[in-house]
Design a protein around this ligand. Sequence first.
Ligand code: SF4
Ligand code: FES
Length: 230
Amino acid sequence: MVDYKVTDISEHMSFLEMMDVLNEQLVNQGEEPVAFDHDCREGICGMCSMYINGEAHGPDRGVTTCQLHMRMFKDGDTITIEPFRAKAFPVIKDLVVDRSSFDRIQHAGGYISVNTSGNTQDANAIPISKYAADEAMDAATCIGCGACVASCKNASAMLFVGAKVSQYALLPQGRIEAVDRVKNMVAQMDLEGFGNCTNTGACEIECPKGISLENIARMNREYLSANIKD
Ligand code: SF4
Ligand code: FES
């Protein structure tokens, strides 16, 4: 851990803007800036993964680190910032961790195979209930940030994988490959070294997108029925 003193911080700044000011000060002093991940800076990409004062994405609820504002802290506060910690998220440098294990889980089944030759049926031609559409949309809001893993005492990725499995399992287009999808994604999750879920619920509380534990329950049902069908 290294102590830095940052000055000229407005309460309206985002947390990442505060980090920019810190790095500008460090560069001006001829020091190495602190490495951290970011991209969209509007809560979409899931890159800005930091553990702030013992919480993934900091003390606010339903926001990512880039959406967190400095008004959540008091003038003169000491803020402790750490990288997301999990065996499957090795630290690359400072606050940057390698979350490509999530990409490999997605590659194992987080898609549907469609013919895009020009004869594809309009997706809107398939009737979908309002309930299924709403639930699938809620699951699809997962941005793959990894806060669920970082908050979990077991470093479990089940909220993330549950969201990805649910997003397709709820829709007729996703049912066709549902059996292989859940089996392959769960197998890859285990291979990457994530822990198991013990129903603590920290993931749901810290998730910036409000992904519900219901998605883990749905994934477990999908997994059980996929194995019975085999
Ligand atoms: S489930 Fe929530 S916390 Fe986990 S990766 Fe998705 S958005 Fe991030
Ligand atoms: S930088 Fe994209 S979600 Fe924070």
